[in-house]
Design a protein around this ligand. Sequence first.
Ligand code: UDX
Length: 439
Amino acid sequence: MNLTIIGTGYVGLVTGACFAERGNRVTCVDNDPAKLDVLRAGGVPIYEPGLDHMVARNVDSGLLQFTDDVAAAVDGAQVVMIAVGTPPGEDGSADLTAVLAVARAIGAALTGYAVIVTKSTVPVGTADQVREAVQGALTRDVPFDVVSNPEFLKEGAAVEDFMRPDRVVVGTDSERARDVMSELYEPFSHVREKLIFMGIRESEMTKYAANAMLATKISFMNEIANLCERLGADVEAVRRGIGSDSRIGYSFIYPGIGYGGSCFPKDVKALVRTAKSVDFDAHVLNAVEARNELQKQRLVERIVEHFGDDLSGKTFGVWGLSFKPGTDDMREAPALVIIQGLTALGATVYAYDPVAMGEAKRDLQPLMDAGSVTLAEHQYAAAKGVDALILATEWNIFRQPDFDALKRLMAAPVIFDGRNQYNPERLRRRGFHYVGIGR
Ligand code: UDX
């Protein structure tokens, strides 16, 4: 099929590459010339395992193309996907400016029937606005349908998630569009049986409900962890105890330093706003967000309990900066909140991440200029001479470090484990002072 995808962020680029991989002719549109240069050369502007080879392969074969020309890309496409950003506006609601501008550009360029798909995470009711925007911009009388097909991929596993999803949700009110979407997913053998068709509003809501449910699990577990701390119980045992109940399950019940990334914080806030707009007070969602904000401060609180609230003259090593392992994405990364909290109390920080150093530099530059943060060359350099080491992101390379070397390097053997990766007893036997989350 001929497919056009507008927006080459995480969702757009992964979607484009994966559809090209299954033999479709895909044109990806973006208005950022620097990004287009990288992509046309077969490169990838983000770190995502497996994506670089897939993009290069399909650019080489001519199935995947990149352009900044919306009109040319839309002309002749059977499916046009909107995958541009929906950043939070000042009040937390999703900002639809880019989505609706793209919808108008699509309308102005349509020359024949096309299915227009919203891939971006958009509030319930957006498809109606997209339909109006397209309709209003049409230059000739062309039929079209608007479909909601939200994306559930996780950063760091995006290609795998796309190729072998748990489900693909398609919201549509048109038989014709339903046929086109079935045909589009037909070559994905792992997807075919997992297509779930529903109404458009239900599909839009499914995306928010899924992210909000996962965020709720995390905030719930962080709350239980904080309670365990005060009651002298180890939340890790409790986690195993409840996760073994098949109704609860093990996933997304890992306590830590709060959820970050480009989806959970933004989507929970947007759903709270949507609720407000219909005079509904979303008590559970409010609490999920409030707990997460507090949780990002929790490790700093524990550090203050140990060192006092004047950290001047103290140095800390921070391992891991991205919001989770497997990505260089620093958006809403809890590590940033921790570093800001420590430096605000006078501390100096040595930070290291195996992949996100370039991204982190952008966020940390003011603190680097002020001399309170230094990016370390490698993980052990970040531990040299420090009063304590903080594990903020559970990358594999931090899982089994050389603890004897660490002990020799550090000014004092103190570890704050923001992801409960280490065995407290074993570390204590080795002479470390260990502080985890909820234990
Ligand atoms: C998420 C959803 O999983 C995905 O379906 C959606 O399309 C986009 O948002 P992503 O943001 O890539 O994906 O990351 P995810 O792996 O879900 O992790 C989100 C955050 O939750 C991370 O900061 C992670 O560290 C944290 N987390 C996750 C926990 O603190 N505990 C857990 O048990 C799981």
